[in-house]
Design a protein around this ligand. Sequence first.
Ligand code: NAD
Length: 478
Amino acid sequence: MTRITVAKGDGIGPEIMDATLSILKAAGAQIEIDEIEVGEKVYLSGNTSGIAKESWDTIRKNKIFLKAPITTPQGGGYKSLNVTTRKFLGLYSNVRPCMSLSPFVTTKHPKMDLVIIRENEEDTYGGIEHQQTDEVVQCLKLISRPGCEKIVRYAFEYAKVYGRKKVTCFTKDNIMKQTDGLFHKIFDEIALEYPEIENEHWIIDIGAAKMADTPEVFDVIVTLNLYGDVLSDIAAQIAGSVGLAGSANIGEECAMFEAIHGSAPRRAGQNMANPSALLEGAVMMLNHIGQTEVAEKVQNAWLKTIEDGIHTYDIYREGTSKEKVGTKEFAEAIIKNLGQKPSILKEVHFAKDAVLHLPKYVKKAPMKKDLVGVDLFVDWKGTDPNELAEKLQSINTENKHLTMITNRGIKVWPNGFEETFCTDHWRCRFEPNEGKILYKNNIITLLAKALDAKIDVVKTENLYNFDDKACYSLGQGQ
Ligand code: NAD
């Protein structure tokens, strides 16, 4: 018996959760439920996080959380509970299977059957943003080795346990050589540990185009947070409907399972909503807690019901569907089909020990780290980079000097192009003079000199070599 936390959420949430739980119960799921209140009521009671402290205690105690969609009230500084939950509980892996149910659910991609595994905690989703000058704002994209290792290993383990043949990595490492480059490098490293699984890498732009056009060539896709967020909605939609896709958010300790759609308030209370997406989330939950036989039974009964043409309004089509039903009746039809298998759609078999082997991250030995320069980011309202260079050269010291200025990453000094458009945000690189070593206090001296020369430094970034390899970007055109 596994104790789980359940939140019925808002809008259509309670109806689809009741339908889902009735199916799980009828299928013999060994679960006990602690129900908590999250979402609109909690937000509107003045709690901007949408969840009470006692509810966190329940989630952390039970570790498994089945959550219906909630309504985030518009405006007023309400925080998205989904994002908060993923980050607080360290749910680093977002798993979204997207499978076509053709010919019973209309899709242009009848052979599509892929799983998107999206990194869930890092990337620009740290939400670390700053305005630096009148014209320029920035968002920090943070990618970590542990973050990459955990998600890439998850993808390969998932493929192994669920009998998938190939893992494809999507990045944009031709442009972001450090961040996306690290993700790709770790993908290549970990792929070596899984010789039985095919692996490949695509640049995200052409990869996404290929996925939208010919999704059947992909099997498991692993990618960074932002790309995965966009791609997984596209994949769910082209498979048939976002209303059919479930999602698992997995961490080292806890896991949360849900539908990918929202609370559809306009459909609430009318016994209309399709519970399939939440049910798919629940099937992933059953697999996660080792109740694979029940998961298999529910999944096959659901496929059989879809195949029988018993459809809720969102997937009902004259010709292919046989009967338009409400939420409750759809659940009842699945319950009747428990123990049966689809005959045209592919029946599922979940491995009895469908448990992923996910060792905890082991910290690596520290790398050799040498300070080899500094970038000063300067707010300057002028337009001629030569003029700025002259100003900056006046603060050159005996052990370092200005070597480059870029604007939005493009080199504008020395030897820039007049045509390059410049904003008021300049990256000014100082590197050691021949034979000199740079120390941190040299940077402090440089900053003091900049202050005296009325140069408005808005931030600095140190340039490092790690294990004798330069680990910072050059200027475009350098
Ligand atoms: P939505 O996904 O709730 O609904 C969009 C449309 O999709 C609906 O009008 C409905 O026609 C259809 N739809 C969605 N789920 C369906 C289902 N199960 N059965 C049948 N039809 C379905 O998106 P939205 O209208 O943009 O958002 C509504 C609220 O949900 C917002 O407050 C939003 O913040 C919230 N939301 C919550 C989650 C979550 O809790 N995970 C995710 C997304 C949006």
